[in-house]
Design a protein around this ligand. Structure first.
Ligand code: SAH
Ligand code: SF4
Length: 362
């Protein structure tokens, strides 16, 4: 018999499930919730404040254990990457990036991606499936296990930030992402603040509005080009959600989130989008939006066909933006030696051939 995982149920769902299946009162559901999300317990046996017979009943029916870690790699710069394998054998990558003042976990939202941004490795893998709320949370739970980051001392947490910047387009799996993020933020569990979570999107406008209303996380927009003709090519979803509409959605997002600063991600592609004219147009375009522009040196992958802008060009581009009053940090590539840097993630998971579909049609 396969055991149902309790990871990924909202607290109300957990309460209802335990009540209807085992007639467990809600204060017990609360205890179990805390064992799972506050202490990272992976076995009912160790939930010591539950009666022994209840622990057994839970073990017979459910699981709180983790997916298989099919690969664990550590970069020379300390970046760690895990390849997680779920029960259906599909795999995703999760990356932990330690810095002096924070530890950021980059999580995936889909196996593959429906979109086909031309510079992105994940974009070459068709969408295999959306991750469930359980799959999304498991990436965080596994990272906390491996980093030994459970326990009461919140000041010394290793994992302080979560970014939805791994494989997939989070806003095309919005319901599961929302559910997982609400569990992540629950004060009786992991208690992650919404200001420590960043959702990156290629610009799916209707869900940007929904996300502002329902989650209020930090928003990052994969802009990468300032004109529709070029953005249509680099980020093809632009044909459906063009630049000016996208920026208006960003204005609404900022308004609804008390002027929260929006991050614009801009991959630096040599000779493609890195001219001084592009930088000047960018500054005009984002006028009135509280913004920071992250310049991401292009990370090559086999067969990508692009090269990264020169360091001089990147610096020149940054200085134009900075002179206009915006922060424009140049992202240091991390974990390149283990293919863990932005846009390098891809798993071997394939859609079964009989279901094979061509990439999204807009
Ligand atoms: N699908 C979402 C989130 C994942 S991608 C999105 O597109 O926003 C995370 C970031 O890495 C995006 O800004 C993406 O455009 C960028 N990226 C993709 N491929 C890259 C590459 N080869 N080099 C540098 N950044 C890349
Ligand atoms: Fe998908 Fe984001 Fe890659 Fe585009 S950049 S293909 S949206 S993962």
């Amino acid at each position: 018999m396969t055991h149902t995982t309790l990871i990924g149920l909202s607290f109300d769902e957990l309460k209802t499930e335990l009540q209807s299946a085992l007639n467990i009162p809600s204060y017990r559901a609360q205890q179990i919730w805390e064992w799972i999300y506050r202490f990272g317990q992976t076995s009912f046996d160790n939930m010591t404040n539950l009666p022994k017979n209840l622990r057994q009943d839970l073990t017979d029916r459910y699981t709180v254990s983790r997916p298989l870690i099919s690969m664990e790699q550590c970069s020379l710069d300390g970046t760690q990457k895990w390849l997680l394998q779920f029960e259906d054998k599909n795999e995703v990558e999760t990356v932990f990036i330690p810095e002096s003042d924070r530890g950021t976990l980059c999580i995936s939202s889909q196996v593959g991606c429906t979109l086909t941004c031309t510079f992105c490795h994940t974009g070459t893998q068709t969408l295999v499936r959306n991750l469930t709320a359980s799959d999304i949370l498991h990436q965080i739970l596994v990272a906390k296990d491996r980093l030994n980051d459970w326990g009461p001392v919140t000041e010394s947490r290793k994992l302080t930030n979560v970014v939805l910047m791994g494989m997939g387009e989070p806003l095309y799996n919005y319901d599961n992402v929302k559910k997982a993020m609400l569990i992540l933020m629950d004060q009786n569990g992991i208690g992650f603040g919404k200001r420590r979570i960043t959702l990156s999107t290629s610009g799916i406008i209707p869900f940007i509005d929904q996300c502002a209303d329902e989650l209020g996380l930090n928003l990052a927009i994969s802009l990468h080009a300032v004109r529709n003709d070029l953005r249509n090519e680099l980020v093809p979803i632009n044909k459906k959600y063009p630049v000016t509409d996208l920026l208006n959605a960003c204005r609404r997002y900022a308004e609804k989130t008390q002027n929260r600063r929006i991050t614009f991600e801009y991959v630096m592609l040599n000779g493609i989008n890195d001219s001084t004219a592009d930088a000047k147009e960018l500054v005009q375009l984002i006028k009135g939006i509280p913004a920071k522009i992250n310049l991401i040196p292009f990370n090559p992958w086999p067969g990508s066909g692009y090269t990264c802008s020169t360091p001089e060009n990147i610096k020149k581009f940054a200085s134009i933006i900075e002179n206009a009053g915006y922060m424009s940090p140049i992202r240091t590539p991390r974990g390149q030696d283990i293919l863990a840097a932005c846009g390098q993630l891809k798993s071997e998971s394939q859609r079964p051939v009989k279901h094979k579909v061509t990439k999204a049609i807009y």
